[in-house]
Ligand binder design. Sequence first.
Ligand code: ZN
Length: 74
Amino acid sequence: MPAYPTTTKYGFQYLGNSSPTKMEVHDLHCEKPQCQISEILRAGHAVRFAPDTLAEAKRLGYDNCAYCIGGSTR
Ligand SMILES: [Zn+2]
């Protein structure tokens, strides 16, 4: 499974926001307050990737978070 739901932000690096209006990926090693990771988890929109790489997130259509990764293409 390339992306699957998670209820924690620990144990991996790249967390996706699967909300249809967001579809963004965050780098938890560079997490910023603006990422609002806890909000994503609370909303049930958090996913992780297998493999846990930015390339996999991009392949699935997730855009870079402007705060922790940068280079958003939107
Ligand atoms: Zn972020």
